[in-house]
Design a protein around this ligand. Structure first.
Ligand SMILES: [Zn+2]
Ligand SMILES: [Zn+2]
Length: 125
């Protein structure tokens, strides 16, 4: 797993992460905010989004960056929201650069849970 060696972007509209394999990812702060997975933004059980994107200011900035343990980072945004924890692995997967977006699109879809499990079919009459 790649780990960030530098996270920059305080009071800017982009957060730049430099990874230990020299890859650089630039995330618009507003996109990070929109992908917040905290209990206030996404329903804990149903996964239903509770966040209204129209309520997020266009010129959102990050006003605080904090490393959480060994695996994640917490951003506090200029709209006052700061509950979201972003795992490095997910951030790297969501790297918006052209190469990563292309690699993600080329990846075969993850096997669904039904693979290998017999599906109950209605008996044919
Ligand atoms: Zn949130
Ligand atoms: Zn990338």
């Amino acid at each position: 797993m790649s780990l960030p060696i530098e996270i920059a972007g305080l009071l800017r509209q982009n957060v730049t992460i430099t990874w230990d394999d020299d890859h650089v990812s630039v995330y618009p702060s507003r996109d990070l905010r929109l992908h917040c997975r905290c209990a206030e933004c996404v329903h804990e059980w149903s996964g239903q989004p509770l966040l209204d994107p129209s309520k997020i200011p266009e010129r959102l900035t990050v006003k605080h960056i904090e490393i959480v343990g060994q695996y994640a980072v917490r951003f506090e945004f200029s709209d006052g929201h700061g509950l979201g924890i972003y795992r490095f692995r997910e951030l790297r997967e969501r790297c918006p650069c052209e190469a990563c977006v292309a690699a993600l699109a080329a990846r075969p879809p993850a096997p669904g849970p039904s693979i290998g499990i017999p599906i109950n079919r209605k008996p044919t009459p």
